[in-house]
Design a binder for this molecule. Structure first.
Ligand code: ADP
Ligand code: MG
Length: 600
C-alpha cells in the first residue's frame, strides 16, 4: 500500500472543509481512531477503554504506521496524507481527509502515539498533552500504531459535564465498533472495557458470518439477501423477513461505500418497503450497503462525516425500496392483515363534555361489578337487553333462549370488545369504554414499580414449560447485565447460558406479550437506545416493560380477561391514564346519552 506524506492543507482547502466539532464523546474518539486504522490498511484492530473511555482509550492496529519524522505533523491541525488539495475532496475514498482528528483529540486529552512504519528499524513515540508536545523519542514497536488517549476533556470541564454515565459511553463505543465491524468482516476486531472482553471478532469471509458474530445466529436465521444494480450504483445487503422485527431502529445499519452513515432518506426507504407487512411501530433488521461512484457522494457535509449527501438521492431511494421488496418478497404478503392490529384508533379527545369524573366512573364500575352482581349475569340474560327484558315482563328466572348451534351464543357479556382494541361495559351511571392496551400498560407499570420499590418479587411468576434460550448481541448483553437485578424483581427468572446467551425459565404471569422472548429483546433494545443515568434508566425499564408487555390493540380478549383487566385497572391508584399519560378510559354518563337521543 502506497503511502503519501502527511502535509498541511492550504487555506483554500481548509476553508472548504465542513466546520464543526469532531470530538464530542469517547465514542467519537474511538470512531476516528479506528477509521485511521482502516485507512492505514489494518487487518487487526484492538480497542480498549477504561471507565467508558473517560479515563483511557487505546486503539492498536497493524497498519502502515506513521514515520518518526511525521509524528508531530500527524497531530497538527489540517495535516493529512489522504488528500493533497481541495479538488480531492470530491473524490475521497478514505475515511479521513480533514486532518483534524488527531489534532482535536490531542488538544483535549493526554495523548500518546507509538508507531512504526515498515521501512523503519525502530518506531517512535510522541506524547502530546493539551496540544503541547511533551516528549518525542524512539520506541520499539511492530509495524502499526498504538494511540492512547487519557483523561479526555480534562482541560475542558464544560464538555466533560455533558457526557453521559460511563455505562452509557461504553455502550456508545460498542455501538460504534459494531457498526464498522459489520462493514469490515475481513478485519479482526477486539474491544475490551475495564479488562472485560466485549467483542472478539475473528476475521470472517462473508457478511453473514460477521452478522452472526455480532447480531447472533437467531437473528441471522431471519435475514435474506437483497441486491440491485443500475448505472454504476449497487445496492445490497441483508434484511429481516417480516417474521422478525425490533422495537427501534438500532438494528438498522446503513453504509455508503462501507462508511457507516445516518441517512433519514434511506431509513425512510426501508420504512416504506416494509410498510404493509409489519405492524406499525416495529422495525426490521437491515444491513444496507450502497456502492456509489465517489464523485456522486459528498462526504464533506458533516464534521464527523456521519452524514453524506447523495447526488441521485431520489433514484437511490427507489432502488433501495424495490431491492428490499423484491429480495424479501414484501409486495403481496398479506402477513399483516389490517384486522390483526392495524385497527385505526378513533379520536375520542373531542368528547370531553360527556365524561364523568374518575371517581364516579370507578364507583360506578365497582358497584356494578362487585357489590351487586346483576341477576342478568347469573341467568344468562344479555345485559344489553336488561331494560327491555323487564318491560316485556320476561321473568328474571326464565331461561334464555338456547343459542343456535354453531353460533357464538348470546351469552351474558357484561363486557364487549370493540375493534379488538376497546372494551365497553355498562355501569350504573352510563357507559364505560376502556383502551385495552393503555389500561394494561398502567397495570403492569404500577405492579413493576411496586416490585422495584419494595425490592422483592411481588408479582406471580409463571414458570415456562420450555425455557427459552435467547441469543443476545454484545450490546444487549451489556444492557441485560446492567439491569439484571431489576428484571429479576419484575419476575423474570433468567440464567446466563454461556457466551452471549441467556436462558429464561420464568416470566411475570401478568404479561400478555412474551412472544418467545421477543419482549425481553425489545426491552433491552429500548434501554440500549435511551442509555440514561441511573434513576431515569430505572423508569425507562418500567415504561418499556409495561409498553411491550401489555396486551396489544388488535388482540382478541375473552370476557374473563376483560373483566380481570378492568378489576386490576380500578385497583391501581392511577387508573385514568397510561404511564405515557394517554387516557385509559372514557365514561359516558346516562345523562349525556339521554341528551344525545333527545330524551332530555
Ligand atoms: P485524517 O484521517 O483526516 O487524515 P487524522 O488527524 O485522523 O486526519 O490523521 C492525520 C494523519 O495521521 C493521517 O492522514 C495519517 O497519515 C496519519 N495517521 C493517523 N492515524 C494513523 C494510523 N493509525 N496509522 C497510520 N497513519 C495514521
Ligand atoms: Mg482520521
Amino acid at each position: 500500500m502506497h503511502r503519501n506524506p502527511i502535509r498541511v492543507l492550504d487555506s483554500a482547502s481548509v476553508d472548504r472543509i465542513a466546520a464543526g466539532e469532531v470530538i464530542e464523546r469517547p465514542a467519537s474518539v474511538v470512531k476516528e481512531l479506528v477509521e485511521n486504522a482502516l485507512d492505514a490498511g489494518a487487518a487487526d484492530i484492538r480497542v480498549s477503554i477504561a471507565d467508558g473511555g473517560l479515563a483511557a482509550i487505546t486503539v492498536e492496529d497493524d497498519g502502515q504506521g506513521i514515520s518518526f519524522r511525521e509524528l508531530p505533523l500527524a497531530c497538527e491541525r489540517h495535516a493529512t496524507s489522504k488528500i493533497v488539495s481541495a479538488a480531492d475532496i470530491t473524490q475521497v475514498s478514505s475515511f479521513g481527509f480533514r486532518g483534524e482528528a488527531l489534532a482535536s483529540i490531542a488538544s483535549v486529552s493526554r495523548c500518546t502515539i507509538i508507531s512504526r512504519c515498515e521501512d523503519e528499524d525502530v518506531g517512535g513515540l510522541i506524547r502530546v498533552v493539551g496540544s503541547v508536545t511533551e516528549r518525542r523519542e524512539p520506541a520499539p514497536r511492530n509495524r502499526g500504531t498504538t494511540i492512547s488517549v487519557e483523561d479526555l476533556f480534562y482541560n475542558t470541564p464544560a464538555r466533560r459535564k455533558y457526557l453521559k454515565t460511563p455505562q452509557a459511553e461504553k455502550k456508545a463505543v460498542l455501538n460504534a465498533i459494531n457498526a464498522i465491524a459489520l462493514a469490515y468482516p475481513e478485519v479482526r476486531w477486539r474491544l475490551s472495557s475495564d479488562d472485560t472482553v466485549l467483542l472478539d471478532l475473528l476475521p470472517a469471509d462473508s457478511l453473514p458470518a460477521r452478522v452472526r458474530d455480532i447480531l447472533g445466529v437467531q437473528t441471522l436465521e431471519h435475514l435474506a439477501r437483497f441486491s440491485a444494480e443500475e448505472g454504476g450504483i449497487a445496492v445490497g445487503g441483508l434484511a429481516s423477513r417480516p417474521t422478525l422485527t425490533r422495537s427501534n431502529r438500532s438494528h438498522q445499519f446503513i453504509y455508503v461505500n462501507r462508511r457507516p452513515v445516518q441517512s433519514s432518506a434511506l431509513a425512510q426507504a426501508v420504512r416504506l418497503a416494509y410498510k404493509d407487512v409489519i405492524p406499525p411501530g416495529r422495525h426490521p433488521v437491515v444491513l444496507l450497503f450502497l456502492d456509489i461512484p465517489h464523485g456522486d457522494v459528498d462526504v464533506n457535509v458533516h464534521p464527523a462525516k456521519s452524514e453524506v449527501r447523495l447526488m441521485l438521492e431520489r433514484h437511490i431511494f427507489g432502488m433501495v425500496m424495490n431491492a428490499l421488496r423484491d429480495g424479501l418478497d414484501l409486495r403481496a404478503d398479506p402477513a399483516f392483515a389490517p384486522d390483526q392490529g392495524g385497527v385505526p384508533f378513533e379520536q375520542a379527545s373531542d368528547n370531553q363534555g360527556p365524561l364523568q369524573s374518575l371517581a364516579e366512573a370507578r364507583d360506578d364500575y365497582l358497584s356494578r361489578h362487585f357489590s351487586t352482581p346483576g341477576a342478568d349475569e347469573r341467568t344468562g340474560q344479555p345485559s344489553l337487553f336488561e331494560g327491555a327484558a323487564s318491560s316485556a315482563s320476561v321473568s328474571a328466572d326464565s331461561a334464555p333462549p338456547p343459542p343456535a348451534a354453531g353460533e357464538s351464543s348470546p351469552r351474558p357479556a357484561p363486557f364487549w370488545q370493540l375493534h379488538r382494541t376497546y372494551i365497553c361495559t355498562q355501569t350504573k351511571g352510563g357507559l364505560l369504554i376502556i383502551d385495552q392496551h393503555n389500561s394494561h400498560e398502567r397495570i403492569l407499570y404500577n405492579e413493576a414499580r411496586k416490585a422495584v420499590q419494595d425490592g422483592t418479587v411481588s408479582v406471580p411468576v409463571q414458570q415456562l414449560l420450555f425455557p427459552v434460550n435467547l441469543d443476545l448481541t454484545a450490546l444487549q448483553i451489556q444492557v441485560y447485565q446492567d439491569h439484571a437485578d431489576k428484571l429479576n424483581l419484575l419476575g423474570f427468572m433468567i440464567q446466563p447460558f454461556g457466551g452471549r446467551s441467556i436462558l429464561v425459565q420464568g416470566i411475570p404471569s401478568s404479561l400478555k406479550n412474551w412472544q418467545e422472548g421477543q419482549l425481553l429483546l425489545d426491552i433491552l433494545d429500548d434501554l440500549a437506545e435511551t442509555g440514561r443515568a441511573d434513576n431515569a434508566a430505572h423508569d425507562d425499564l418500567l415504561a418499556s416493560y409495561a409498553c411491550h408487555g401489555a396486551v396489544r390493540a388488535g388482540a382478541l380478549m375473552t370476557v374473563p380477561e376483560m373483566q380481570n383487566l378492568l378489576d386490576l385497572l380500578f385497583a391501581t391508584d392511577t387508573p385514568q391514564s397510561c404511564p405515557h399519560g394517554r387516557p385509559t378510559l372514557i365514561q359516558f354518563s346516562r345523562e349525556e346519552l339521554e341528551k344525545r337521543f333527545g330524551r332530555r
